[in-house]
Design a protein around this ligand. Structure first.
Ligand code: DAT
Ligand code: MG
Length: 165
């Protein structure tokens, strides 16, 4: 079998460890659901390697959501995401990008599977509680908007200890 990570300990060499950007959006902060979101991420076994509460300005919000520029909902999206504080998290784990998207659920809460964050706790597409990067290129780009290298701590030992392939 191909060994994607030859520098790692044997049991970790085939793991696709990824880092993804998760946002607890302003509705989640306002509703007191930061802990609920963080808890679901942690219980899944992912680890947080950077974390920050902040309020986005319009320029940074437009950069974050650049792929949606020009769409009819873009202005509302920018005004919502800048409307109050949010919590940004860098989350690591095996296939963390798809795994976090799975636990957040489909964009519209009505289409999200029961048991997901959006199905359990949200009603509308415009107030859907959390953001998760959708692919490695997005994760890298989006993490760069919220964190600089020195913001990260190493969670390597926690990953090695608790996450098995
Ligand atoms: P996701 O957040 O699931 O990655 P997305 O990237 O397609 O979804 O859209 C980003 C956000 O924009 C989404 O969380 C909510 C908002 N949004 C998307 N489609 C929308 C629509 N048709 N009407 C209103 N808001 C929308
Ligand atoms: Mg998206």
């Amino acid at each position: 079998m191909e060994q994607a990570y030859p520098h790692r300990a044997p049991h970790l060499r085939r793991m696709a460890i990824e880092t993804t950007l998760i946002l607890c959006k302003p509705d989640a902060v306002s509703r007191g659901l930061i802990g609920e979101i963080v808890s679901r991420i942690e219980r899944r076994g992912y680890v947080i390697s950077a974390m920050r509460m902040m309020q986005l300005d319009g320029a940074r919000a437009r950069t974050h959501y650049a792929e949606h520029a020009g769409k009819p909902f873009f202005d509302d999206l920018v005004s919502f995401i800048t409307s109050g504080p949010l919590v940004a998290l860098a989350v690591e784990g095996e296939n963390a990008i798809d795994g976090c998207r799975q636990l957040i659920g489909a964009t519209h809460p009505l289409q999200a599977a029961p048991g997901t964050l959006r199905a359990d706790l949200a009603q509308s597409i415009g107030r859907n509680l959390a953001h998760g990067s959708d692919r490695p290129e997005s994760a890298q780009r989006e993490l760069g908007i919220f964190f600089k290298d020195s913001d990260y701590v190493s969670r390597r030992h926690d990953l090695e200890r608790w996450i098995k392939d």
